[in-house]
Design a protein around this ligand. Structure first.
Ligand code: ZN
Length: 68
């Protein structure tokens, strides 16, 4: 899997992130990089917040994103 290193350097995960911060980070991450999968807990959290994986994938600048 490819890592978008430039994006990661510019967007470090906050220390002791709240769930909102994690969600926001992962949304941006999904659009820019495909180096890691969402954990089941985060996927559940996305569902709870009605954040559509399909939309994220469609808008992703990264084409090789694989979400299940
Ligand atoms: Zn990444």
């Amino acid at each position: 899997m490819k890592i978008n290193k430039a994006w990661h350097l510019a967007h470090p995960m906050p220390k002791n992130p709240t769930m909102d911060e994690r969600i926001a980070w992962h949304i941006e991450h999904l659009k820019n990089c495909a180096c890691r999968e969402l954990t089941p807990k985060l996927k559940a959290e996305f569902r709870k917040r009605k954040i559509s994986m399909k939309d994220l994938r469609r808008n992703a600048s990264y084409e090789r994103i694989e979400l299940t």
